[in-house]
Write a protein that binds this ligand. Structure first.
Ligand code: SAM
Ligand code: SF4
Length: 331
């Protein structure tokens, strides 16, 4: 029997490329190296890993992320296949929403029901600055994507907000207010120093507790009955239709309830977001024809090791230097 925090949730980064270049996610300078095409897992390799390795060792929840997952050429087909596996208990996606208006219905029809859309600002100009495309007027298209996803029936529909002091923290109340009349769920994420040393050094980060206080002062705040199974602490403005989640990986340690692993677009399995040790390469053995039972064994060993990896991370409490950016890890 597995421990309380059963590790059954895989975040799959489909692609490391993105049509945005968010300042908190990708390096400021043009020195980001994309994974070469031949290094990326093919559609078939990814499905083999899911079906023959991850599902048999107990993974039942999957999130498609990136880079930008909607740039992945076969994303609708992939959703359809993963949703059709009887073992799939949950399938979700995290997207920047830019291509969503045109794809939401197809994704829903393919079996996707849960979606997180990143929306860091309600101000189109600030939004363009954050996503690294000043003057490109992209906010409206993302907003249309959110509205379309809502109309199509995605539920829960969550909006992810990375809060950066002096950039968008003055919008926390406006963003929280979206949940009062709509059954939308905002996830405020503490800004992490991964791949963005300059911005992080200049701006710093704000603890979730401070954001909660601002919201409490304005409307009051209560713990929500709707609890996620993830790292968010979920609250609600009294009588609001939606909820407010706080992901506080900088100020709090939730390693003991971490139920996830991450698969990169080039086939590396990573047991911890904040810790680069113990990653395993699944693509090379897959390509060299290793017996799949051997891969299952390797992943099972990593699953068994994870509580210890979490414990070490919890003990050290440090955030180190990372060789990969968030766009490569998948958030
Ligand atoms: N492109 C998609 C998107 O933006 O939603 C999916 C990939 S993105 C890497 C996944 C999540 O990571 C997004 O919600 C994004 O806001 C978050 N993220 C990226 N960089 C971050 C950072 N430095 N600190 C905290 N969250 C970050
Ligand atoms: Fe792209 Fe998402 Fe990273 Fe922004 S947060 S650059 S949209 S991967």
């Amino acid at each position: 029997m597995r421990s309380m925090n059963q590790i059954d949730y895989l975040r799959i980064s489909l692609i490391d490329r993105c049509n945005f270049r968010c300042r908190y996610c990708m390096p400021e300078k043009a020195d980001l190296e994309y994974i070469l095409r031949q290094q990326l897992l093919t559609f078939e390799e990814l499905l083999t890993l899911i079906q023959e390795v991850f599902i048999p060792v107990g993974f039942t929840k999957f999130r498609l992320t990136g880079g930008e997952p909607l740039l992945y050429p076969d994303v609708v087909k992939l959703v359809q296949v993963i949703a059709s596996f009887p073992q799939t208990q949950d399938l979700a996606m995290t997207t920047n929403g830019f291509l969503l208006a045109g794809m939401a219905q197809d994704l829903y029809d393919a079996g996707l029901r849960r979606i997180n859309i990143s929306l860091d600002s309600l101000n189109p100009e600030i939004f363009d600055q954050i996503i690294g495309n000043p003057g490109r007027a992209r906010w409206q298209q993302v907003w249309d994507g959110i509205q379309t996803a809502h109309r199509v029936g995605f539920s829960p529909l969550k909006l992810n907000v990375v809060v950066i002091p002096g950039v968008n923290d003055n919008e926390v109340l406006d963003l929280a207010a979206l949940t009062i009349e709509r059954q939308w769920h905002i996830r405020f994420i503490e800004f992490m120093p991964i791949g963005n040393a300059q911005l992080f050094g200049d701006q710093g980060w704000i603890p979730s507790a401070e954001l909660r206080q601002r919201i409490r002062d304005r409307w009051g705040l209560m713990e929500s009955q709707v609890c996620g199974n993830g790292p968010a602490d979920v609250f609600q403005i009294p009588r609001a239709k939606g909820t407010l989640g706080f992901i506080s990986q900088m100020s709090e340690c939730f390693c003991d309830r971490c139920n996830r692993m991450r698969l990169s677009a080039d086939g590396w399995l990573r047991p911890c977001l904040l810790n680069e040790s113990n990653q395993i390469d699944l693509k090379t053995p897959l390509r060299t024809g290793v017996n799949l039972a051997k891969l299952r064994e390797q992943v099972s060993q990593l699953l068994a090791l994870k509580p210890e990896i979490n414990f070490k991370q919890r003990e050290s409490g440090t955030i180190g230097a990372y060789s990969r950016t968030m766009s490569q890890i998948g958030g």
